[in-house]
Design a protein around this ligand. Structure first.
Ligand code: UFG
Length: 350
């Protein structure tokens, strides 16, 4: 259990990973302040976290509508509470969108993070868990991806994460009081087992699982499978899918490490299962879990996509004592549970 004094600021708190992680933090005994600008999220998601936490724990949750790109809004949040650490999720995260709109990615992900580092420094909050991504590896020569591989991002989204990691390293070098853990997520999917929290992107989904959700409930006619000529087992791209609840556990483990390991400096960890699953295998697993037939259209490759990536998991297991509990079956089960109970996501009606 955390000391009840420990107060964690969670940027992007209303988002898919932010909500699951904030709930877990509350249940572990932390106080939580969320920041979000609702670019890709809604207040209903925050209400769901409160509901699941129950009235007593919900009292320990604050919400601040703020945009990381506006430093005065950020300062206001920091002037109201003393935080012990920050978990920084708030960013844009769609590979294809980043190829079309690189400025959007650099503006959001870089300026937001620079402002955050600056204000944290000013208020003497020097512990951060940073939301990084497997996209920093691009397509490495060898898989699984190991944390000491060189950065080879294939798209502006991935590059924005590389820059944020590099900034973190420099900031930590200049001021060794900083402790930064960068968590490189592979592909987060699934939902809270209550079906009251899940992924609900605005507009047409970019990512595979929310797209499958919308096809399964009839909001979209078919799934485009981007790429069927990759040199993989069935021609579709291979990823390492990880249940969002396992990911949330990984953040708790990282936070505990930040509070205890004085010499952590800047350290990166992969959060994945180490298992590669192709897009077509994922579709089959989702069909099995949902009992729904998913119409698929084999389409051209999506620019900026890697062929096959999955994680080496030894470092996180050894140093954070963290291990994922769930496999593809449970990911699809919980994804479908969320989809069937919330076909329109957090919106109440069609
Ligand atoms: N895909 C489809 N059809 C779709 C959507 C996706 O075939 O409608 C394919 C993609 O081409 C890719 C795979 O499914 O081969 C996974 O794509 P996602 O968009 O779900 O995930 P990405 O691997 O592109 O990126 C995601 C997150 C990032 C994260 C990254 C880590 O968006 O934030 O995983 O690899 F960093």
């Amino acid at each position: 259990m955390a000391s009840s004094e420990q107060h964690i600021l969670v940027t992007g708190g209303a988002g898919f990973i932010g909500t699951h992680c904030s709930l877990q933090l509350l249940q572990e005994g932390y106080k939580v302040s969320m920041i979000d600008n609702f670019h890709n999220s809604v207040m209903e998601a925050v209400d769901s976290v409160k509901e699941l936490a129950g009235p007593k724990l919900a009292e320990k949750l604050q919400f601040h509508k703020a945009d990381l790109r506006k430093i005065d809004e950020l300062e206001k949040v920091f002037s109201q509470n003393k935080y012990d650490a920050v978990i920084h999720f708030g960013a844009l995260k769609a590979v294809a969108e980043s190829m079309q709109h690189p400025f959007r990615y650099f503006e959001n992900n870089l300026i937001g993070t620079i402002n955050l580092y600056q204000v944290m420094s000013k208020y003497n909050v020097k512990k951060m868990v940073f939301s990084s991504s497997a996209t920093v590896y691009g397509q490495p020569e060898k898989i699984p991806c190991v944390e000491n591989y060189p950065y080879m991002p294939m798209n502006p989204y991935g590059r924005s994460k590389v820059y944020c990691e590099e900034m973190g390293k420099d900031i930590q070098k200049a001021d060794p009081e900083w402790r930064i853990i960068s968590l490189r997520y592979f592909n987060p999917v699934g939902a809270h087992k209550s079906s009251k929290l899940g992924e609900d992107p605005k507009g047409i989904p970019n990512n595979l699982m929310p797209y499958l959700h919308q096809v399964a409930v009839g909001r979209l006619p078919e799934l485009n499978v981007y790429g069927h000529d990759y040199p993989t087992k069935d021609g579709s791209a291979v990823r390492d899918y990880i249940h969002v609840m396992d990911l949330a556990d990984g953040h708790i483990a990282a936070l505990k490490k930040l509070f205890t390991a004085q010499d952590i400096g800047f350290t990166a960890y992969n959060l994945g299962t180490g298992q590669g699953t192709s897009v077509l295998e994922m579709v089959a697993a989702f069909e099995k879990a949902s009992g729904k037939k998913i119409p698929v259209k084999l389409s051209p490759r999506r620019p900026g996509d890697a062929t096959a990536v999955y994680a080496a998991t030894d470092k996180a297991q050894k140093e954070l004592g963290w291990k994922p509990k769930y496999g593809i079956e449970e990911m699809c089960r919980d994804q479908w549970n969320w989809a069937k109970n919330n076909p329109m996501g957090y919106q109440k009606k069609a």
